[in-house]
Design a binder for this molecule. Structure first.
Ligand code: PLP
Length: 370
């Protein structure tokens, strides 16, 4: 159908899975804690606007994105709830940010000073969340001295509303809690130095929400687990059931029998040892189906079929157990019969994390919502 952008490869996104994952997390949270859906990077590849709408219907009260453009995309789609931009924005964009009632992350005194210097009066105060670098080493204030000056400067100016303060943990997905506790200690020290506590004080990404629920936070910034994936990969067991929202589906576009000695794909890295059935599927590295997935298996009719030869830009080949007709369904990620290929399995094959796989599915793969 036209919904499929005329392609026979697509990412199937389950709204029910997103709802399921959000409801389960909501049930664990205290009444004073809000659930924000993290929909940066096009909703981790799932489609930012679509996921935001599903999440809103499931009861989330706000959103997090990384970039101003991502926030504006949500506003343009009619999302009126609070949106926190987790990255650092250019002060030149403050008027539109304030007008759109977006909240921004601020991580340095220089930013605040530059914002004051360059921003003319505007009607809406800029909502600010001060980032605290308690050990992530990425963005944010690192000392009480810096934070105090930042707080004083922000609260003294009519330009700003001091709406929140937050940190981000580097090791919340690890069994060893030593570093996590060190960060928490630093966070408490910084928080205790504030003269005024803002409305939102928050620390929890998915991993923190799943495995460190006792730590006070009044926003959970729920990303990967909303999409049904475990933030630790396979390292820690999730205390709630996570249902993966994305499946990746294609079909056979050509099927042939090859002879011993025949080779497959660029570089002829695969050579048939016997007579073999080979199917071609229309997905390749330009879809985020990475070149090094050679050797990974996909599911045809519930059976594991190996990707043979190099993955091309738009196509790759698999070895079939027998002849299958063109048009036969191929499950690249997801369930078929009693078997399932998971994002974690791909991540392991590619020596990366599930996050990178889902974010890497490129825009030319249609997203079909079911
Ligand atoms: N909070 C911050 C500051 C982040 O950068 C991210 C994403 O990396 C998240 C929350 C969401 O993380 P996760 O997807 O692990 O829940």
């Amino acid at each position: 159908s036209s919904l499929r952008k005329h392609r026979n490869t697509y990412a199937k996104i389950s709204k029910k899975a997103i709802e399921h994952n959000l409801k389960n997390e909501q049930a664990r949270l205290g009444a004073d804690c809000e659930l924000f859906a993290v929909v940066k990077a096009n909703g981790y590849g799932h489609g930012a606007v679509e996921i935001a709408k599903v999440a809103r219907d499931a009861g989330v009260t706000g959103f997090c994105v990384a970039l101003l453009d991502e926030a504006l995309e949500l506003r343009q789609a009619g999302i009126t709830e609070p949106i926190l931009i987790l990255g650092i924005v250019d002060v030149a964009n403050i008027p539109i940010i304030a007008a759109e009632k977006l909240s921004v992350t601020v991580g340095s005194l220089e930013w605040i000073k530059e914002a004051k210097l360059k921003t003319k009066n505007h009607n809406n105060r800029l909502r600010i969340h001060l980032a605290l670098d308690t050990g992530m080493g990425r963005i944010g204030f690192r000392t009480v001295l810096e934070l105090t000056e930042a707080e004083n400067t922000v609260t003294a100016s009519k330009l700003f509303e001091f709406e929140g303060v937050f940190t981000h943990f580097a090791t919340a997905d690890e069994a060893d809690e030593t570093r996590f506790n060190k960060q928490l200690e630093k966070f408490n020290e910084l928080i205790n130095s504030l003269n005024n506590k803002p409305r939102f004080i928050h620390v929890a990404n998915s991993a923190t929400a799943l495995w460190h629920l006792k730590i006070p936070t009044n926003i959970v910034r729920y990303g990967i687990a909303m999409y049904g994936l475990n933030p630790s990969g396979n390292a820690l067991k999730s205390p709630v059931s996570l249902e993966p929202a994305m499946e990746l589906i294609s079909e056979l576009i050509q099927v042939k029998k090859i002879q011993p000695g025949d080779t497959i794909s660029y570089g002829a890295t695969y050579e048939a040892t016997g007579c073999e059935w080979v199917g071609t599927i229309p997905i390749g590295y330009a879809d985020g189906w990475r070149r090094s997935l050679q050797g990974q298996t996909v599911l045809v009719d519930g059976q594991r079929c190996e990707i043979i030869g190099r993955v091309c830009m738009d196509q790759c080949m698999i070895r079939l157990p027998k002849e299958y007709s063109v048009g036969t369904n191929v499950v690249l990620v997801g369930k078929s019969g009693t078997d399932q290929v998971t994002m974690e399995e791909l991540a392991e094959h590619l020596d990366t994390i599930n996050y990178e796989i889902i974010c890497g599915i490129t825009l030319r793969v249609p997203r079909i919502y079911v």
